[in-house]
Design a binder for this molecule. Structure first.
Ligand code: BDR
Ligand code: CA
Length: 314
């Protein structure tokens, strides 16, 4: 049976690449997209989510409009230099003709999880604000989800906003700390593994044999230019699609365990500080917290092969 997921997203080029991957994968049933600020403001994230579903012929999937700002800090600004002014690499899909679900994202998450106990995996690939708000609305979702599998953070490597912080966690560290310490089963696909899988220009060109792949190639132009300027490679990191790859086939990844706390202020704000030791001479804020599964290794070739197969259909 397909795994039911709620994909919480700020589309976003790699978000779009992940959504189209999920929709092309029979192992996954997307029961809803929930939107959040991050790569773009939430209004645009919602319109992009609707656009992408219409492009894929899946306007039957609900989109719930989410938080417009972090729990306790200000929203810095959208990442137009990474994803383009429109969030999709300056490739313009038509205005959506469909409308979002009337419920706010956090309420949508609570309703779906409570209606389908044990069945829904939350798959956030943006700031964790909607997930934290859902926890505040209905704490019992901790026992009712199948799990949380997220893109964000950095286990044993530097961040990408600064040495400490990865972008999704940095945007709302207070929400992220709530999510990492809620006590539910949680797996983190952080920069340790998402930067280890690179889609280069030749790989992206191969995707063009399908209509979906042609679109992914087109939106990747802007993203490759950003990676060239900032990372010195003409290839893009595979951030958000990694969550879908993990859900389809967890054997693609090596997972290690330990509790995570998120630093919420100071120069390390947004750092996912992971306890890999576990043994201390006195209790600390990590003691007694449920372990997070942190992906530390990945079979990049197999992830790329899986993505290509699903996007090109062959
Ligand atoms: C994360 O930040 C966003 O720019 C991407 O969509 C991804 O979710 C990578 O740090
Ligand atoms: Ca994202």
């Amino acid at each position: 049976m397909a795994q039911k997921i709620i994909f919480d997203t700020d589309p976003g080029i790699d978000d779009a690449m992940a959504i189209l991957f999920a929709l092309a994968s029979p192992e996954i049933e997307v029961v809803g997209l929930t939107t959040v600020f991050g790569n773009v403001h939430t209004d645009l994230a919602t319109r992009n989510a609707l656009r992408l579903l219409e492009f894929a012929g899946r306007a039957d999937i609900p989109v719930a409009h989410g938080a417009a700002k972090p729990l306790q800090i200000d929203f810095d600004e959208p990442a137009a230099f990474v994803h383009g002014e429109n969030g999709l690499g300056e490739v313009y899909l038509p205005e959506p003709t469909t409308a979002p679900d009337p419920r706010p994202a956090a309420q949508f998450i609570v309703d779906m999880v409570m209606q389908h106990p044990g069945e829904i995996t939350l798959a956030p690939v943006g700031p964790l604000t909607n997930i934290a708000l859902a926890l505040l609305l209905e704490p019992r979702i901790v026992e009712r989800v199948a799990g949380v599998v997220l893109m964000g953070g950095a286990g044993a490597v530097n961040g990408n906003v600064n040495p400490a912080a990865e972008a999704n966690i940095w945007h709302d560290p207070h929400a992220a700390d709530r999510v990492f310490t809620a006590g539910w089963p949680i797996t983190m696909l952080g920069l340790d593994v998402t930067m280890a899988v690179q889609m280069d220009d030749a790989y992206l060109a191969e995707l063009r044999s399908s209509r979906t792949g042609e679109f992914i190639y087109d939106i990747s132009r802007f993203y490759l230019e950003f990676h060239r300027q900032v990372h010195g490679v003409y290839a893009c990191h595979t951030h958000d699609p990694s969550v879908i790859a993990y859900l389809i086939d967890p054997t693609l990844y090596t997972v290690e365990y330990g509790p995570i706390r998120v630093i919420t202020e100071g120069i390390a704000m947004g750092m996912t500080l992971w306890d890999r030791r576990g043994e201390w001479h006195r209790p600390n804020p990590w003691t007694g917290r449920r372990s997070v599964g942190v992906c530390t290794g990945v079979d990049a070739e197999r992830v790329l092969a899986l993505y290509r197969e699903r996007i090109t259909g062959g």
